[in-house]
Design a protein around this ligand. Structure first.
Ligand SMILES: [Zn+2]
Length: 154
């Protein structure tokens, strides 16, 4: 099965960089990236230490509903290209442990799909979960419940 892996919509990144409200109705905070674990959820690349990043609350769902979790994410403060590929970024192998789960076409969690896996198991886990026709897409999160990306069938 081919995968379709994308960063958050470019229109969201533009709105947030322009000072638009995050999922809590507040403008994104601007900070200097420290350490090596500052993934941008638009380009799905790591923000180099010392560069400006945005810190904000993100809800990776179109509509608010009971399963539409909000969590903290980072974005490059400046422009970057949206990630759009048939594979996870290679650095996801170090996203250990990772939290993965599938959502139905109604955007509700499919409970049988939830798992905590090591980063190098994520691709196989995506394929296994997406083999279930009742699953519309997968979300990958960090152990801190930070949304990483959405994965669909390619
Ligand atoms: Zn970026």
């Amino acid at each position: 099965m081919r995968l379709a892996v994308r960063g958050i919509p470019t229109v969201h990144a533009h709105q947030l960089r322009a000072g638009g409200p995050d999922a809590n109705g507040q403008p994104a905070l601007r900070r200097v990236a420290q350490g090596l674990a500052n993934p941008c959820r638009h380009c799905l690349q790591l923000i180099p230490e010392g560069e400006q990043k945005l810190v904000l609350a993100y809800r990776p769902f179109e509509q608010a509903q009971p399963y539409a979790e909000v969590g903290p994410i980072f974005l490059h403060a400046g422009e970057c290209p949206r990630y759009d590929a048939d594979a996870l970024p290679t650095w996801f192998a170090y996203l250990t442990p990772a939290v993965i789960r599938g959502y139905g076409h109604d955007d509700w969690i499919r409970y049988e799909t939830g798992a905590v896996v090591s980063g190098d198991e994520l691709t196989a886990a995506c394929r296994t979960i997406l083999a279930n026709p009742e699953v519309a897409y997968v979300h990958i999160r960090s152990k801190f419940n930070c949304f990483q990306c959405r994965v669909e069938r390619g």
